[in-house]
Ligand binder design. Structure first.
Ligand SMILES: Nc1nc2c(ncn2[C@@H]2O[C@H](COP(=O)(O)OP(=O)(O)OP(=O)(O)O)[C@@H](O)[C@H]2O)c(=O)[nH]1
Ligand SMILES: [Mg+2]
Length: 244
């Protein structure tokens, strides 16, 4: 029996120093036929050019392993991931789609651990910092505490089945992603997706992973408390909307 195509969608904005090692790592650890699809919002730092170099290095006339979807005049994390999911399934026929941050905080060696859980029968696997074996050694006390509070509230109000609702490190089967489209601007899309998947009865499993510090470049989320509070407000609103 032929193995299913897995596509990893990589949303990037100014990840020039990270995207090359990330793509190399994903392809080196792949356990099935694997396509890497970078969705770059025309990053001024030249991330797209690095991806083009990777395409020249890894693609052959027989096999495409790396692709670039360059969006011009459009920006946003959630819409970038959704555009990648649509291309992965509709254009390239992926059976499983995974996605992750591109700052190397989510180790590429962990992608196959998520894929394996889906191959074994789950509809969705979620990289989790908050189950035994997982950890967050990337963030300071303030960011970790806020994340802990948000996730504790989500666990309490949405479902006790999950611990890391703001993961952003996901592998899922195509039918689930065709039924549940991403909603929201930034990290709250993940709370929303997991909440709706659990409610619809999909089998969702957490896989522990250790979130490590960003390799290079700048964070787009939080440099100060105000940034976190602005984003946190949307997270809280999403949890409240999905409460049992
Ligand atoms: N295509 C696209 N990607 C984005 C956009 N904003 C952020 N990203 C990517 O989304 C991922 C997460 O961004 P990060 O800056 O790591 O933010 P974060 O993980 O929420 O914050 P930290 O915890 O501080 O790392 C990275 O791969 C970014 O390059 C965007 O507007 N468009
Ligand atoms: Mg990050």
């Amino acid at each position: 029996m032929s193995q299913p195509l897995v596509c990893t969608v990589l949303p990037t904005y100014n990840e020039r120093a990270n995207i090359g090692p990330l793509i190399e790592g994903i392809l080196a650890h792949a356990i099935t036929p694997h396509l890497v699809l970078v969705v770059d919002d025309n990053s001024p730092d030249g991330t797209g050019e690095v991806v083009e170099e990777m395409m020249a290095r890894h693609n052959t006339p027989e096999v495409t392993r790396v692709l670039l979807l360059r969006r011009v005049g459009e920006k946003g994390l959630t819409s970038a991931i959704q555009a990648g999911i649509d291309a992965a399934i509709d254009t390239h026929g992926a059976a499983i789609v995974t996605w992750m941050d591109c700052d190397l905080s989510m180790p590429p060696a962990d992608v196959p651990r998520l894929v394996q859980v889906v191959l074994e029968g789950a509809d969705m696997a979620v990289g989790s910092r908050w189950v035994p074996g997982g950890a967050d050694i990337a963030h300071g006390l303030m960011a970790r505490s806020l994340s802990w509070v948000i996730n504790a509230a989500a666990t309490l109000l949405i479902s006790r089945q999950m611990r890391d609702y703001t993961s952003g490190f996901i592998a899922a089967r195509a039918p689930l992603l065709q039924a549940l489209r991403l909603q929201g601007d930034y990290g709250e899309y993940c709370i929303d997706l997991l909440g709706r998947a659990l409610r619809a009865g999909y089998q969702v499993r957490e896989v522990p992973y250790i979130c490590v510090p960003r390799n290079a470049g700048e964070s787009k989320t939080g440099v100060n408390l105000w940034d976190y509070l602005v984003k946190g407000r949307k997270y809280v609103a999403t949890i409240w909307r999905l409460r049992r």
